[in-house]
Write a protein that binds this ligand. Structure first.
Ligand code: 4AD
Ligand code: MG
Length: 467
């Protein structure tokens, strides 16, 4: 007999050429047996849907059939037939069943209804579950949507470095990169470590943002975007922070604040629409199992204009709410950084739509943001989303050399490390701006998952770097 090529289950379920012989391979979700017939629900990761493999137990070795347990890997060949059962078109009348990999009864993903906490401890196997399969397929689709959006809009994919000697956000929460042996680190007479003999000859770290290099790209190529891993050693054990996350950072020459907000809104709507159009089965599954307002929320974001709100106005609204009896954990006053509870109040309770907040006090934002004329606020924008809070942070950049230097001095950022960045303002400076989208925050929103650790295959968080 000629070898039959494997068909993916996503394709088998589309086919209607009943009578054809097909082969599928995958992992057993469930196996129900009776005297006369066995039903095996098989999944190969190509879709959330299982194909039903129908087996006549009289035709298969009983010992083999016993090993077809949840989690086992099998190959099934047989005739494609129209399904009698509801909810699927085709099933397979099995004529040849092979066990590729047995699965012991200690398989950790066996039971239904395990907690996400439990699954995180088994992140190497949780990918085999329905939920994580759906999340990972959506994650892939979002990456494709992002590249497509920017490519179609004339942005160039620009690769910023991962190892860097600058602290782009001025946050100082970086992971150091060194080949020095930490056990025999020597300090000089000033108590400082000398890095001149380290691999790069200076202190280096993993990047917290590709923006500064992105600005070099945009002020040469016009429009670029980065899409890469980003590292932050902030010790925030929250459902929205990772120590290693992926960020998309477009940067555009010749734009102003309105152009920036238009792009932010258009881009994120495009991504959400892409999910609605291209991830229907997975979204339907998540809507049913995880959050039954998910699809409605996604449709809402796509169809509504985002609110554009001054920070100062936002603070007024929050203060009014406090006067009217609203309780926040953190007090509200002009000049403070909004906490997630404040952002979510504005988005979920007050406006009931996404908000783009602008004109933040300069003291709570990074040095590179363009100063407003009043000298108190900057042209920074945060896009605030239901359930998530901040999903995008961006700004128009300070293009004036003198003002930028003043900002750097005010914040005591070592100027000598910034010479290459300042050169953009010395040689043909131009108005420009951009933003950063946290990829995992987007995936959280689009999947309805509650914890950022559950939308990346192998999360990195404080005290956790397993797998
Ligand atoms: O607001 P952030 O810190 O802005 C920047 O890094 C700028 N350089 C962006 C730019 O203008 N090019 O980060 C941008 C976004 C946040 O809005 C959030 O979605 C995400 O990155 N983010 C994180 N996501 C997961 N874990 C963390 N620890 C994150 N920190 C920021
Ligand atoms: Mg931010």
């Amino acid at each position: 007999m000629d070898k039959i090529r494997r068909t993916k289950i996503v394709d088998v379920l589309q086919r209607t050429d009943y009578g054809a012989e097909v082969n599928v391979k995958g992992w057993v979700r469930t196996h129900r047996s009776s005297k006369v017939v066995d039903f095996i629900a098989l999944n190969d990761g190509s879709t959330i849907n299982n194909v039903q493999v129908v087996v006549d137990p009289a035709t298969v070795d009983a010992e083999l059939l016993k090993q077809v347990t949840t989690g086992a890997c099998i190959s099934a060949t047989g005739k494609l037939v129209e399904s009698q059962g509801q909810g699927q078109n085709s099933e397979i009348q099995c004529t040849d069943l092979q066990l590729l990999g047995a699965c012991g009864s200690d398989y950790p993903m066996q039971k239904k209804g395990q907690t996400f906490e439990y699954m995180r401890q088994h992140a190497h196997l949780r990918l085999r579950t329905n939920t994580f399969g759906a999340v990972m397929r959506i994650r892939h689709n979002m990456a494709i949507a992002i590249h497509k959006y920017f490519h179609d809009h004339g942005f160039f994919y620009f690769h910023s470095p991962i190892i860097t000697a600058s602290d782009a956000e001025g946050a100082g929460e970086m992971f150091q990169v060194t080949t020095k042996k930490l056990d025999d680190l020597k300090k000089d007479e000033n108590g400082k470590v000398n890095y001149s003999d380290d691999f790069f000859g200076k202190m280096t770290s993993l990047t917290v943002s590709g923006q500064l290099e992105g600005e070099l790209g945009a002020t040469a190529l016009g429009q670029i975007y980065t899409f890469g891993p980003t590292f932050r050693a902030e010790n925030s054990n929250t459902p929205r922070h990772l120590a290693e996350f992926w960020m998309i950072e477009p940067e555009m020459a010749f734009i102003d604040l309105d152009d920036l907000m238009d792009t932010e809104e258009d881009f994120i709507k495009y991504c959400v629409r892409w999910a609605l159009d291209n991830c229907k089965d997975d979204l339907a599954f998540l809507n049913k199992m995880i959050d039954n307002t998910l699809i409605e929320r996604l449709q809402g974001v796509v169809s509504e204009d985002f609110v554009r709100l001054d920070y100062t106005e936002g603070i007024n609204i929050l203060e009014e709410a406090v006067k009217a009896g609203k309780k926040f954990e953190f007090p509200v006053s002009w000049g403070m950084d909004l906490a997630s509870e404040h952002e979510r109040f504005l988005v979920e309770e007050h406006f009931k739509k996404p908000v783009i907040m602008t004109h933040y006090p300069k003291g709570i934002k990074a040095f590179y943001m363009k100063l407003d004329e009043d000298g108190r606020t900057v042209q920074g924008t945060d896009v605030l989303f239901p359930q998530i809070g901040e999903i995008i942070g961006g700004s128009v950049r300070e293009e004036s050399y003198d003002k930028l230097v003043a900002q750097i001095e005010e914040r005591h950022i070592p100027m000598k490390d910034m010479w290459w960045y300042l050169d953009t303002r010395r040689f043909g400076t131009c108005p420009h701006g951009g933003f950063g989208l946290g990829f995992e925050r987007l995936i959280l929103f689009v999947t309805g998952m509650q914890n950022i650790r559950d939308v990346i295959p192998f999360p990195r968080t404080p005290k956790s770097a397993e797998f």
